[in-house]
Design a protein around this ligand. Structure first.
Ligand code: ZN
Length: 456
């Protein structure tokens, strides 16, 4: 049984105070013919603007005495219950009605059939699938175009034609309507979900030519893939439209997944990943101790960096970061490379620098504040490993930091004892160095409150 529905509205989407349903018609179709009808104007309790009156011909005057949506809600439920909700461009009508019900605190849920999509399948190659154009081409008379009942009756006649085309089609006559409406995306979804495991790792969506178009990571790749398909974001839909295959690497460890994802995005630069993970780090904030024993900072080009604290993809972000430290920790611009050393900095004149530049505070007092910054952006130890889950139960993973830098990761048998770098060397996969890897590791250790294993 079909419930063929059409609505007229005074807004392009539901809004309680200004975009409501003003006209609805539901025709009950038993597969052969229309057997029942529900049709009424609805008082939207809001103003119908001239724009929408021009579309439907429905004026504020006409709906004045009509029932409110909540007064006909019960009938709408009864008429559509247990039937396939059919409409021309069904998502508009369905979502609008769903939103009206939601505003009453009720969840409206029906299976839907869109006659635009069904027409595209059964009558391919038309230049327009608007109801008006299809009616003209198929000789369907619409006595009240853009009124709910007129359009619903026309949609019912269109459905009759579509059902008879289906019955005569070699390709579709023994296929049910559901299967006809199944799109390529539905099929690729099934395929991807079948392939991806419920494991932690990195996955790659590929297009027709096997190019990688998206890289993602998750502690449960299967669930993450489902959320891609449930997304309403336009870009996600475009991505899935382009997706033909999926590949993945199980990492077991969330930290390795994060590191691998960041690295792979830089290597493959997939079309649908935001390119925020830029791979050219042009400037660094270096740290050093000067001849007076003062902890200093300086912004330097990456190739001149000798003791990097942080790396940046441009000078401006390095400068912004350094200035935020100067502000928050009352540092002296002279010892941050922004004013020449030996002069009293401007910040001291406006009382923002506590006066290391004019001997108003001791080196020790000043250094203590710098050390609190260093602590935040440096590993506590120069050489250590972080242990995490492996890819299977009897395995563990490690990531290796050598001389304050991320070197790579690997997997070991669960029982392996690790005391020195030699113990992991043969299992280590070395990785190209990107400074943001250290940010990822530091943030992860902090967030998970993870203990590290210091190597001597
Ligand atoms: Zn100063």
């Amino acid at each position: 049984m079909f419930a063929i529905v059409d609505i007229e509205t005074c807004g392009s989407s539901f809004a309680f105070q200004k975009g409501r349903i003003i006209d609805i018609c539901i025709l009950i179709h038993d597969g052969i013919q229309v057997i029942d009808k529900f049709s009424t104007l609805i008082n939207p309790d809001c103003y119908i603007s001239g724009f929408f009156t021009n579309i439907s011909g429905i004026t504020n005057e006409m709906v004045k005495g009509a029932p409110r949506f909540h007064e006909v809600a019960k009938e709408i439920l009864a008429y559509t219950e247990g039937k396939l909700f059919v409409a021309h461009n069904s998502s508009f009508d369905y979502n609008f009605i769903k939103a009206e019900f939601a505003s009453l605190g009720f969840t409206f849920r029906r299976d839907t059939l869109c006659t635009v999509r069904l027409s595209r399948k059964l009558m391919p190659g038309k230049k327009s699938y608007s109801l008006g154009n299809l009616c003209t081409e198929l000789g369907i008379e619409n006595k009240a175009r853009h009124r709910a009942e007129g359009d619903a009756v026309a949609t019912a006649e269109l459905l009759d034609i579509l059902l008879s085309i289906k019955a005569q089609s070699q390709q579709y006559k023994s296929t049910n309507l559901d299967a006809i409406m199944t799109t390529r995306i539905d099929n690729i979804k099934k395929y991807i979900l079948k392939k991806l495991p419920e494991d932690c790792g990195v996955y790659y969506f590929q297009n027709k030519n096997d190019d990688i178009i998206y890289i993602g990571k998750s502690i449960n790749m299967y669930s993450r893939a489902i959320s891609h398909f449930n997304s309403d974001i336009k870009k996600s839909k475009a991505m899935l439209n382009d997706t033909y295959n999926v590949d993945y690497v199980v990492t077991g460890s969330e930290l390795i997944a994060l590191l691998l994802e960041a690295e792979e995005i830089k290597t493959h630069k997939p079309l649908y990943n935001r390119q925020r993970k830029a791979d050219v780090f042009t400037h660094c904030i270096d740290t050093f101790v000067n001849e007076k024993g003062i902890h200093c900072f300086a912004i330097v080009p990456t190739d001149e960096s000798e003791n990097k604290l942080l790396a940046f993809t441009n000078y401006t972000s390095a400068r912004e970061k350094l200035e935020s430290w100067i502000d928050e920790h009352s540092l002296c611009t002279s010892y941050c490379g922004l004013t020449s050393e030996g002069s009293i900095c401007f910040n001291h004149q406006i009382k923002k620098c506590l006066g290391i530049c004019s001997d108003k505070e001791t080196v020790e007092q000043y250094n203590a504040r710098v050390r609190s910054i260093l602590k935040e952006y440096r590993y506590t130890h120069p050489d250590f490993i972080v242990l995490d889950n492996g890819r299977q139960p009897n395995e563990k993973s490690f990531i290796y930091i050598q001389n304050h830098r991320y070197v790579g990761y690997g997997y070991l048998d669960e029982s392996t004892q690790i005391c020195s770098p030699e113990d992991i060397q043969s299992n280590l996969t070395s990785k190209k160095y990107y400074p943001d890897a250290d940010d990822i590791i530091r943030a992860w250790i902090k967030q998970k409150k993870r203990q590290v294993l210091v190597l001597k």
